[in-house]
Design a protein around this ligand. Sequence first.
Ligand SMILES: [Zn+2]
Length: 151
Amino acid sequence: MTDRDPLVLDAMLGKLATYLRMCGYDAAYALDRDAEADEDLLALAETEGRRLVTRDEDLARTVEDAVLLTERAVEDQLRELLAAGFELELSEEPVRCGTCNAPVERVDRTEPTPEYAPDPAEIDTWRCRDCGRHFWKGSHWADVADQIREL
Ligand SMILES: [Zn+2]
């Protein structure tokens, strides 16, 4: 996964950011990073070496390797990315937090987990190093895997 370009997605692409993170991309999202204004978004892309993904044609034109998306629905946006040569496939296991984009770590089998998460002794569970959210490969994971396979 490390050979994939880190990305930054504009304010209109929050849902897409979650999908990309589940595919193992380092996908920063404008609103998480307080970068709604064009100049802040461009500065973030520049300082962190992130490729800009945007639905804003004018903005895309100002950056050399920006990815311009035209579709509104996330499935269609994913198809546009596939057409642009992006690899879209769920990671073997969670690598990035879908909520905040930080790396996740495996929860030890004996560690306690919050009520919404499964018992790690029974189901492999991961925790975000930053926001602490827990992840596992449950029905949501399977749904997204199907959705991506059917693109
Ligand atoms: Zn997180």
